[in-house]
Design a protein. Structure first.
Length: 379
């Protein structure tokens, strides 16, 4: 069977940077890029996200979709951005050069923000199910979308929760200086102060810090009731252990970066009943198809759902349905459908605003109980 691969440059006959492969049987292969940290401290999250994309591709291929009058087969092109902005830009360019029709990613805001320009300039849709820094969609790029809750919501929600549920009057704040960590911490500080919470310390680390004891010694002297950490779960777990070692009795609170089942494992569960975090979306098991998703995920990968695989799964399905509605796999065509149409997804209704943000994106606060993250409510 002869195989002809057609590569179209950006802007050529409306196909953007999309590469498609046509077989004699007229099947069109559409490449879907997945970008995230597959190595390093956030590798668990990156692999979870990649699996969400792969599971969606499996389901889409089972549908045998027809787009543009041709049967299509979706193919995963996965890259490891290592959670590093410079690496992220390089792998973004690789995906562009490989001719993907869409990129589902990245995970880290600090990687998504610089990578977004690469995709937008190439007229390729990027949709993240995790990156929450508001700056991402403030860039004004028409090819960039977010199927996640942004930091303005999550940081504010945790400040409200700290004040109204935990009844904290004094809070210390640490962030890892990443776009995500600093962004969510800034919102926490501003909202907490409006809620009457005194910020008794504002400290800084990095996304590779392993020794927080100097920072924590200073914080301990200020006697906070909560410590807010703006960063990711691997560092938060180390922070938690060292808080306990130093006799700090404050609760640990944070955004979605620490809201992972891995936190309890890596921290030896020292913060049971004392760790609270916000995560975008509705609890998976309360969604109509949530339990079924868990079962399919386990069956496919022999692994449990971590955090954002449902969002990366849903984002992939939304893009494919936009392609079908547009009757085109060209990002220049189907991106317009994404901006104007509402979608039904496993996560619930999806509608994007003019900046590409998920309208009325839900957020849930979780409490670590018995080593598990349990949904709670803002009273």
């Amino acid at each position: 069977m002869n195989r002809i691969t057609l590569m179209f440059a950006a802007g050529t006959i409306g196909l953007g940077a999309l590469a498609v492969s046509l077989c004699a049987g007229a099947e069109t292969v559409v490449k879907i890029g997945a970008a995230g940290p597959l190595t390093g401290s956030s590798a668990q999250s990156g692999k979870d996200d990649e699996r969400g994309v792969q599971l969606a591709i499996n389901e889409l291929n089972a549908r045998k979709m027809i787009i543009g009058g041709q049967p299509v087969r979706f193919q995963l092109e996965s890259v490891d951005d290592q959670g590093d902005p410079k690496v992220g830009v390089n792998v973004a360019q690789k995906l562009v050069d490989d001719g993907v029709a869409v990129v589902i990613g990245h995970y880290n805001s600090g990687v998504s923000i610089p990578a977004a320009r690469i995709y937008n300039d190439a007229h390729i849709v990027m949709i993240t199910g995790a990156s929450s820094n508001p700056q991402l969609t403030k860039l004004g790029f028409p090819y960039v979308f977010r199927l996640a809750t942004n930091d303005n919501v999550m940081g504010g929600r945790m400040a409200d929760y700290s004040a109204k549920v935990l009844h904290a009057k004094r809070a210390a704040v640490i962030d890892d200086r990443t776009a995500y960590g600093a962004g969510v911490a800034d919102v926490f500080v501003a909202t907490a102060q409006k809620d009457g919470v005194q910020i008794v310390a504002r400290e800084y680390s990095t996304d590779k810090t392993t020794d927080f004891k100097g920072i924590l010694t200073h914080i301990k002297a200020e006697n906070p009731q909560v410590v807010f950490y703006g960063g990711y779960y691997a560092q938060a777990a180390t922070l938690a252990r060292q808080m306990v070692d130093l006799g700090i009795t404050a609760a640990l609170v944070g955004g979605d970066g620490i809201c992972s089942p891995e936190f309890a494992k890596l921290s030896d569960n020292v913060m049971d009943d004392k760790m609270f975090c916000a995560q975008g979306g509705t609890p998976l098991d309360s969604l109509p198809d949530g339990k079924s998703f868990r079962e399919k995920f386990k069956s496919a990968f022999n692994a449990d759902v971590d955090t954002y695989s449902p969002a990366f799964f849903a984002a992939t399905i939304v893009v494919a349905e936009a392609m079908q509605t547009a009757n085109s796999t060209s990002p220049e065509v189907y991106s317009k459908v994404m901006h104007r149409q509402s979608f039904t997804s496993m996560l619930g209704p999806v509608k994007f605003d003019e900046q590409g943000d998920w309208v009325d994106a839900p957020v849930t606060v979780y409490k670590l109980t018995g080593g598990n993250l349990t949904p709670t409510v803002l009273k």
